[in-house]
Design a protein around this ligand. Structure first.
Ligand code: PHE
Length: 452
């Protein structure tokens, strides 16, 4: 773990794109739109943006500074900064979360691959019962498993190539491509007839829609979408160079992440509203059931355009998902590699194997294992609930307490100002957010839900 042998990202833009690549994923294009659809549109988006500003960004900076200061993976970073204390469990929970998230995230990642193949083969051109298509596919005993496995392999191959050659290189190609595709899709979608209703839904808040449940959803979504609360960005930051500006990087990542989520809304809702009778609160099926309907109904008479739109959309999903799965994989791989002295390849093989097993269980929970339930939830739902709604916000709360209360203020200042070289005007405010606003805010949303 000596500094000299650790890998580093090669450039500042590489740092931003890799971190943004981790953040931008299914969370933005699949989860955010369906939560927005279920939780009332604009009002949810407003709450979400507040969570990003008051919880997401401060915790992201905290993870960055923990990672860069310790120059260790999440699982060991706390042992470097607070040796022999129980803080190490915050890091360990992060590693566990990485395995669990990759397990179920890999399933939806597999769906995106199948849908890309299907749209390339023209499956979304004619009229079809897309609900049945989706249900048949996800409950099939082997097809989702195969696609999940293919996605894991793709992730594996990139991670094995290392931080600079694998992760950074890939992010530098995929992220700009992703931004380009989403902009083209926004233009297409806004030009559909009926798009205005979709815009109203996204832009005109109805505050009566904000309930305790909506707050919890928005908070969980913030941590999930920004990849914070489990040390994913802590592991990435351990590869940051000394001159990276942590505050600015966090600001850029938050901006890119939120923009992509909102842009995904601008792609999906105008399209959905342009087809009478389709519902926006389709839940997780929104981009897999509702959108294929849009592709063929909204583009009736111009099937060529519908074909291109659908193919581009699912390619977008695959790209976004892949840059996120590699970051999850890296958290676990770096831990096994550095903690147990495994070679990077061996560590990666372990991670891929364990996550594939979890992935198979989650994939089958839509079909043959649907009856296996814990607390009324399938294994897939349980993984989502445990990680996005519990572990990430809890992790975020502990990370802010660790940085705001436990860690020597000098260390925090040194990291944030790069040893005094950067002027950070709101340092005091930042500490205030970490000490009070984030922990108290997160705790009260939790308590509010528990006593409901
Ligand atoms: N942020 C990713 C997304 O939005 C998911 C993720 C969560 C990735 C946690 C890494 C760590 O899809």
């Amino acid at each position: 773990m000596a500094t000299s042998e650790r890998a580093n990202f090669g450039s500042k833009i590489g740092i931003i794109l890799a971190s943004a690549g981790s953040a931008v994923g299914l969370g933005n294009i699949w989860r955010f739109p369906y939560l927005t659809g279920e939780d009332g549109g604009a009002a949810f988006i407003l709450v979400y943006v507040c969570c990003v500003l008051f919880f997401g960004v401060p915790v992201m900076v905290a993870e960055f500074l923990i990672g860069r200061r310790s120059r260790a993976n999440t699982g060991q970073a706390y042992d470097v900064l607070a040796p022999g204390t129980p803080w190490k469990w915050v890091g360990m929970m992060g590693v566990l979360a990485a395995f669990l998230i990759l397990g179920y995230y890999g399933v939806v990642a597999g769906w995106t691959l199948e849908y890309t193949v299907a749209s390339a083969s023209g499956a979304f051109l004619g009229a079809k019962d897309f609900t049945a298509y989706f249900n048949d596919f996800v409950s099939n005993p082997w097809r989702p498993v195969v696609y999940m496995f293919l996605f894991m392999l793709l992730t594996h191959v990139i991670v094995v190539r290392g931080v600079k050659e694998g992760i950074e290189r890939c992010s530098k190609v995929m992220m700009p491509l992703l931004l380009l595709i989403i902009c083209v899709l926004v233009v297409c979608s806004l030009s559909l007839p009926g798009a205005a209703d979709g815009l109203t839904f996204l832009l005109k808040p109805d505050f009566s829609k904000i309930t305790g449940e909506v707050l919890l959803d928005a908070m969980g979504q913030t941590f999930f979408s920004m990849s914070v609360g489990m040390g994913c960005l802590c592991t990435y930051a351990s590869y940051f160079t000394k001159d990276a500006n942590l505050m600015k990087t966090a600001g850029s990542v938050a901006l890119i992440d939120t923009s992509v989520a909102v842009l995904a809304g601008f792609v999906i809702f105008p399209a959905v509203f342009s087809v009478p009778g389709l519902s926006v609160d389709a839940g997780p099926g929104l981009v897999f059931v509702t959108l294929p309907n849009v592709f063929h109904l909204a583009f009736e008479g111009m099937p060529g355009l519908g074909y291109v739109f659908s193919l581009m959309f699912y390619v977008l999903l695959v790209l976004a998902t892949l840059t996120s799965t590699i970051s999850l994989h890296e958290v676990a791989t770096a831990y096994l590699h550095e903690r147990f002295g495994f070679s990077r390849r061996k560590a990666a093989i372990w991670v891929t194997s364990i996550c594939t097993v979890l992935g198979v269980l989650c994939a089958l929970s839509f079909g043959v294992l649907n009856g296996v339930r814990l607390g009324g939830m399938t294994l897939f739902d349980l993984s989502d609930f445990l990680t996005a709604k519990l572990m990430l916000p809890l992790g975020g709360m502990f990370i802010s307490i660790f940085t705001g209360w436990y860690l020597d203020r000098r260390i925090v200042r040194e990291e944030v100002t790069n040893g005094g070289r950067l002027r950070i005007p709101f340092f005091g405010f930042y500490i205030f957010l970490l000490k009070y606003v984030a922990p108290i805010g997160i705790a009260s949303i939790f308590i509010n839900e528990l006593i409901r």
